[in-house]
Design a protein around this ligand. Sequence first.
Ligand SMILES: [Zn+2]
Ligand SMILES: [Zn+2]
Length: 500
Amino acid sequence: MCPQYVLPNVIPDRVDCTTALALVYSVAEYCAPVWERSSHTDSIDAQLNQTMRLITGNMRPTPIDWLPYLSNIAPPDLRRKKSTSNLLSKIKANTKLPINTVLEIPPPTRLISRNPAWVADENVDLKEEWRNRWSNLAIANKDLVEDPNTKPPGYNLPRRTWSTLNRIRTSTGRCNYLLNKWNMSPDQNCDCGQIQTMHHILRDCPRRFFQGTLGDIHRCTEEALEAERKLKLFINNSQITHSEHPKYLGIHLDRTLTFKTHLTKLKGKLSSRNNILHKLAGSSWGSDANTLRTSALALIFSTAEYCAPVWEGSCHTKLIDTQLNSTLRIITGVCQPTRINWLPVLAHISPPELRRKEATKKMYQKLLDSPDLEINPILQGSQLLSQNFNISEAWTNSWISSDIPNKNLITSPSVKIPGFSLPRREWVLLNRFRTGQGRCAELMKLWGYTKDPNCACNVPQSMSHILDDCPLYKFNGGISNLHSVTPEALNWLKALPLRL
Ligand SMILES: [Zn+2]
Ligand SMILES: [Zn+2]
């Protein structure tokens, strides 16, 4: 294994070039004057560039000319040139060495492509050469650095800050614009709506721009490192522990108010509560849908929506929504691949996102009604109020604009659908026919569980085949009668010998 791969594990928070020099460079430069002029040195340089990236925390697309400066190790080729020149001057200083007689009248070079060691310059000034090279470079933010031989500021910072600092210096980091360019993100915009380049984050972003200059960041001024500052508070001579994510009234706050920490913790909580709900359900036995729905609202939704108006605008609400979708799946008994638009309708619980909007609107209305509270109005709430937000209307609109199978069964999504008090097995079966997603042979093959997509009647067995076409099982009333759970439909469901 190449020694550099050990580095990320052994390097402590404070990365130093010493480890890299001792572990990687010593090996990479062993006898360098011998092979220095080979045309294959590129493969060594690629490895050394990787080593420097580990030290600086920079990303692969960063211009490589930045790396030697930031890791405070001269460029590999210059180091090799210097070591050859040192060797030559050492040899020439020691006149007793027999090699000197050869060097006085060197043998003729046979191939033009060969550059023997004795043609090399013996007076290489490494610092001067590097300075010249730097002044001729054409890379972004080059002006930050006057002399590449000096150590970059911030060398002693914690790892995370140090690598962020270097990504800002080189203008190459995980901003959405670049992530999108590298095909790692579908969206190139910032949460403020503009294109999120590194420059945007630093200069233009209304949410997180820095008031100083890039030079201030480069020099690691106190203002630039404000986020790293740890509070030192004393009460009765004992120091209060500094917390990055203080909890206030049940909400984990973070520095940029993205609520990522809070929502990640909440997600964990919801996941364990979903497990409890699972125990109540089961796929063919268990509580009826009314009981499950009430338990879900009391046990899971109440937790998931605690203080929702505070974090509703966060871009991490997806963490919560995936958990709530599984809650809805447990209530309705539908399969994982079922389109999520179906879930709130079948469970008769409004979509989580709309419920949060409703809560925000209600809170804003409350604030308006009690002016002596002196709380700054919430922007989101005032927008919802001015748009006259109505939860069932918003839900109906999103239902109408969606494009899902059997959509026509539902005229108004906020109305409770029939069948809530059916036994668990019939309720689950019914929902699987409504959504067209169940354990029928065709879909089981699609999901990779079985090999044969055919029904016992020898045509592909989809959910609609079983319901409408199959000579063995079909129901004469069609999907609409099944949906409204007529007595015939209930009898058919009870008698259906398939496990779907
Ligand atoms: Zn922005
Ligand atoms: Zn069939």
